[in-house]
Design a protein around this ligand. Structure first.
Ligand SMILES: [Zn+2]
Length: 456
């Protein structure tokens, strides 16, 4: 029971410092025709590998791009530029949420929950034609929201995990689906839990042939070893059970509910070996800790989650759905099983730490809108959890900035503060390299050179 008490304590601690919610607000227009803005005398955190905080810099933005970064005393500020006093503040690159489910949104206004909370890039894991449309409109400046890359509609087997998943039964269907999604303009293929081995292998083969990336869950009948050879990313951590389960685990080698939460008995040495393997394969891992930590809760913890300020940003029916889902799942957990659930949390944290230590690429993703992952707000919770798992604040931030851009093949466009990059920027009141929770102290958000949010 001690572990459970510790888990609850951690969760309560999180609640007390909950990030403040932010509803989209209209930002003032920019004065000059080329939209020149100068962040004057600001502490820049460029998120390049070597740099930490670079103090007293002036960052000039023009035409949606970072034009220059220079010492505050020596900076040439264009005439008519909007000046933002950066003294005592910290400028970081816009954040990327690398695992989101936009298919739940009907109204593209919801996308501004991301940007108003500092998320300027999202990776959508289950595509729809309307998401492709939003992606295009955002890229051309017709719609406000984060830049998007999107999977096609996720490919599942029979029976599908969720009723509206696309079901692929044969190798022929698999090949056709990959080609169709590529032709439709989707960026990558997302594979899912119930795919048959034949369908899965046909997807992997066709995707390789057509040059489409594959990401997602390892199908239940396949192995993470295969996925490490073919995926560009693996989502969540639960697929690692086969690699890290302890020899002494009483449920070794067979299905048990605890494995859905990575809560079986695990072996630290095996975690290190698995981490080495991931690093060698070059596959990115998106742990979505915030989703896993909110899957189950005893009643008092659930009650505390429901009191978080950020839930005011979520429609009532969604809040009710989250509450009902966590309650229903949690009612299946017996008193003695809560210790098993807590072990899942420590296993995930230990695995994340091992992955980072062995040089595997970690990406910050939230699985929003899964329960209690509020769009935009949840990335700050994920960063906090990554630090609790043992990453430094800078390593955690890299998982939501530079590493995300490299993974997306867009490192020339965003992910660091350097001249020529897109002006996706977040101005903070406190230093996130000292305390990662400072990412919630948002003073301004700039998306492509335009102010999305001004908190002054
Ligand atoms: Zn997901």
């Amino acid at each position: 029971m001690r572990k459970l008490a510790a888990l609850v304590a951690i969760l309560f601690a999180a609640c007390q410092t909950a990030p403040g919610p932010t509803a989209p607000v209209e930002a003032p227009p920019i004065a000059t025709p080329d939209g020149s803005v100068a962040f004057v005398d600001v502490n820049v955190i460029p998120m390049t590998p070597a740099a930490g905080v670079v103090a007293h810099q002036t960052v000039v933005v023009r035409n949606g791009r970072i034009e220059s970064i220079s010492s505050a005393g020596a900076a040439a500020i264009p005439r008519g530029a909007v000046r933002v006093d950066g003294r005592g503040k910290y400028l970081i690159p816009g954040l990327a949420d690398m695992h989101v489910h936009l298919e739940y949104f009907e109204d593209p206004d919801m996308l501004r929950l991301f940007t108003s909370n500092g998320v300027t890039f999202v990776r959508s894991m289950d595509g729809r034609p309307r998401i492709l449309e939003w992606k295009k409109r955002i890229a051309s400046g017709q719609l406000e929201g984060p830049s998007i890359v999107t999977a096609g509609p996720l490919l599942d087997g029979a029976p599908p995990v969720q009723p509206d998943n696309t079901v692929i039964r044969t190798a022929e269907e698999a090949r056709a689906a990959v080609a169709e999604q590529q032709a439709a303009g989707y960026d990558f293929i997302k594979v899912y839990t119930n795919l048959s081995t034949r369908a899965y292998e046909a997807i992997l083969d066709e995707a390789r042939r057509l040059g489409m990336a594959v990401a997602g869950h390892v199908p239940r009948n396949s192995s993470i070893v295969k996925a490490l050879e073919h995926h560009t990313s693996i989502e969540h951590l639960t697929d690692f059970d086969e690699l890290i389960e302890a020899d002494s685990s009483p449920v070794r080698g067979r299905f048990h509910w605890s494995k859905l939460y990575l809560a079986m008995k695990a072996d630290q040495k095996k975690m290190v070996a698995a981490a080495k393997r991931v690093a060698k394969a070059g596959v990115a891992i998106v742990p979505t800790l915030v989703q896993a930590e909110h899957a189950l809760a005893p009643p008092e913890t659930l009650a505390s989650w429901l009191k978080r300020d950020e839930l005011l940003l979520v429609p009532n029916d969604v809040r009710k759905f989250w509450e009902d889902r966590v309650r229903a799942m949690s009612q299946q957990i017996g008193q003695e099983d809560w210790e098993v659930v807590a072990r899942g949390s420590s296993n995930r944290m230990a695995l994340v730490k091992a992955l980072q230590a062995r040089g595997a690429r970690l990406l910050a993703g939230t699985d929003t809108p899964n329960p209690f992952a509020v769009p935009g707000v949840s990335i700050h919770r994920e960063l906090d959890l990554l630090v609790r798992a043992g990453l430094t604040p800078k390593e955690a931030l890299a998982a939501a900035t530079r590493e995300a851009a490299i993974f997306a093949g867009q490192e020339g466009q965003w992910g660091t503060i350097e001249a020529g990059k897109r002006a996706d920027l977040v101005l903070l009141d406190a230093n996130p390299l000292e305390s990662i929770r400072a990412t919630t102290t948002i003073s301004r958000v700039m998306v492509g050179g335009r102010f999305e949010r001004v908190n002054e």
